[in-house]
Design a binder for this molecule. Structure first.
Ligand SMILES: Cc1cc2nc3c(=O)[nH]c(=O)nc-3n(C[C@H](O)[C@H](O)[C@H](O)COP(=O)(O)OP(=O)(O)OC[C@H]3O[C@@H](n4cnc5c(N)ncnc54)[C@H](O)[C@@H]3O)c2cc1C
Length: 227
């Protein structure tokens, strides 16, 4: 039998327009938490861990089992600005060089302030993942590749070494592939997931999809309808 959603929505979970409430105090919630995370991929896992570290009571809701595209990905974390692996491999990268390259790549899609923050925090971001148990390495493949074979974990995942990418600063590889066989996104995701599962302040609910956000009159999200 055809799903009633399939014609209109394809395979996507239907999400309705937000429910706007006049008086948030009058809403009767089935459950409450400090932070609600919708989707248990890598972004959701990281957001939940950071919110819980700040003392929040966190609830993750996930429409399937979790993992999403993150678990199917290549597990390549774009990082630079002088990571220990870049240094070990003999590259002298800086947040400024990383910013200059990414600025050309992203154009106006990301604000300069956000991009600057991303580059300035990149070394710490990689350390944060390492503290959770994610492993990286400094081995660089001998030639340009779209995805490094096993035993190579640091590579030019973009166009850093060619043309305009290499104009202002000495190029440096920034694709940090998580150590693991083949496409190692599963290894990255499983490590994040273990950290989430072990956290006392994070509660995960699978097979539960967000179908609608609930906002106040100013547009601030105050909750969600979860099926
Ligand atoms: C084959 C492939 C290889 C890739 N390789 C790389 C790589 O090496 N490096 C890289 O940086 N990027 C890579 N990417 C891109 C990268 O995988 C994604 O950008 C990243 O995983 C997005 O993470 P996310 O947590 O936002 O989303 P996801 O990991 O997709 O997680 C989203 C989760 O939300 C759930 N969800 C969706 N809607 C709802 C709802 N309404 N209610 C509740 N839950 C919901 C989904 O079921 C899913 O589990 C790759 C992508 C693909 C497809």
């Amino acid at each position: 039998m055809q799903s009633p959603w399939s014609a209109e929505h394809g395979s996507a979970t239907p999400v309705e327009m937000p429910l706007v409430v006049d008086d948030p105090a009058c809403v009767r919630w089935d459950d409450v938490c400090d932070v609600l995370v919708a989707g248990f991929g890598a972004a959701g896992a990281c957001a939940a861990l950071e919110a819980a570290a700040a003392g929040a009571k966190v609830r993750i809701v996930e429409r399937f089992e979790g993992g999403g595209a993150s678990a199917k990905s290549g597990g390549v974390v774009y990082a630079g600005g002088g990571t220990r692996y870049q240094t070990e491999a003999g590259y002298n990268d800086t947040p400024e060089a990383m910013f200059a390259y990414l600025r050309q790549e992203v154009g106006d899609a990301v604000s300069a302030a956000t991009l600057k923050r991303f580059c300035a925090g990149s070394v710490d971001m990689l350390r944060w993942l390492e503290r959770l148990g994610v492993r990286f390495a400094a081995s660089v493949p001998p030639r340009k590749t779209s995805y490094p074979q096993n035993s190579y974990y640091l590579y030019y995942s973009g166009n850093e070494a060619v043309g305009d990418g290499a104009r202002e600063y000495a190029p440096a590889p920034r694709g940090h592939r998580v150590v693991g066989d083949g496409m190692s996104g599963r290894v990255l995701y499983d490590t994040l997931r273990r950290a989430v599962d072990a956290h006392l302040f994070i509660d995960t609910m699978c097979h539960a999809s967000v179908r609608r956000l609930v906002t106040d009159r100013s547009g601030r999200v105050i909750g969600a309808q979860v099926w």
